[in-house]
Design a protein around this ligand. Sequence first.
Ligand SMILES: *[C@@H]1O[C@H](CO)[C@@H](O)[C@H](O)[C@H]1NC(C)=O
Ligand SMILES: *[C@@H]1O[C@H](CO)[C@@H](O)[C@H](O)[C@H]1NC(C)=O
Ligand SMILES: *[C@@H]1O[C@H](CO)[C@@H](O)[C@H](O)[C@H]1NC(C)=O
Length: 356
Amino acid sequence: MGKLLKITLVGIIVAFIADRVVQLRHRLNISREIEPLELPHCQLIKGIEVGSEDIDILPNGLAFISSGLKYPGLMSFAPGKPGEIFLLDLNDENLHPISLRFSRGFHLASFNPHGISTYIDEKDDTVYLFVVNHPNFKSTVEIFKFEDEENVLLHLKTIKHELLQSVNDVLAVGPESFYATNDNYFTDFTMRFVEMFLGLGWSNVVYYSPNEVKQVASGFYFANGINISPDNKYVYIADFLAHTIHVLEKQANMSLSPVKVLQLETLLDNLFVDQNTGDIWTGCHPNGWKVFAYSSEDLPGSEVIRVQNILSDDPVVTQVYVNNGSVIQGSSIAILYEGRLLVGTVFHKALYCELD
Ligand SMILES: *[C@@H]1O[C@H](CO)[C@@H](O)[C@H](O)[C@H]1NC(C)=O
Ligand SMILES: *[C@@H]1O[C@H](CO)[C@@H](O)[C@H](O)[C@H]1NC(C)=O
Ligand SMILES: *[C@@H]1O[C@H](CO)[C@@H](O)[C@H](O)[C@H]1NC(C)=O
């Protein structure tokens, strides 16, 4: 090889790497410092100390909270303890979370819950809870029936599928069917980092039912939270690294067709949809680097965002709460119930605030 060619090649590689470093800094918003935005009536929920990564709520105010996620590259304050699902009644002023029991036979020691979703069967009001689980850092979706009289989760089914490689979040759309956001790598954090570094759009959304399993959307950098509009027509997907919410239309055959993409300025985690207003609420990571490179000297912050009228030409995006980690670290979900806000975090506590 000629000397000139070698120099040119090295130049191209250096430029490529430099470009990817710039891109990744941008995607993680590494240099972002935050301006705090406090709310007046807030308190931490006692008993939730090692994560409240995802929360879903029933129309009657009962919230399910997944806690104790162990995820490659992320902090855990209780690495040896199995995960839990808490139940919190937002009608009860005492705010006392109950750790739900599981039916006999469910393998609790390896329970590592991540995204969750509830489904109510209108025929008989049965409540199903779908939980993304990572036993031994694999990915499964567990389906439970919630028995409210005894506060027990009756385990019905474990779903594994080759298309469900590394599942993040789930949206239940029937007693046995769901959409899931999914990625290529889970255990192999090096490969995941390479994927993030190269900016490969390898993350997708999979539809699962007992009769059919298929990819229904693709090309995301990191598809994270997934939820649905109150009329069940539109599915919303958060792309964590692209700082976007994708709106897709659900077809009769369960395929998803792209409608629009809303650009935000923060790393979005899970999405909650207010069934009364259709507003989207999300817990975000203002600075993605601080979440992956945890340091008690430089804590990851929290940010709650509300999006109104996402389908209109002028959606309204509002910052509702911002904290630098002094109160809560790494917010991943925010739900609203009758003027009460509940903010969950990947590996830290949970915050409850009364809005006016
Ligand atoms: C699903 O339905 C949509 C719209 O009706 C159609 O465009 C698409 O081809 C269908 N997909 C499959 C896999 O049948
Ligand atoms: C990073 O955060 C700042 C706000 O501090 C925002 O203005 C900027 O657009 C964000 N960057 C990206 C890529 O979202
Ligand atoms: C974080 O915010 C709190 C309250 O707003 C403030 O007292 C503290 O100095 C801030 N910490 C850092 C490291 O900026």
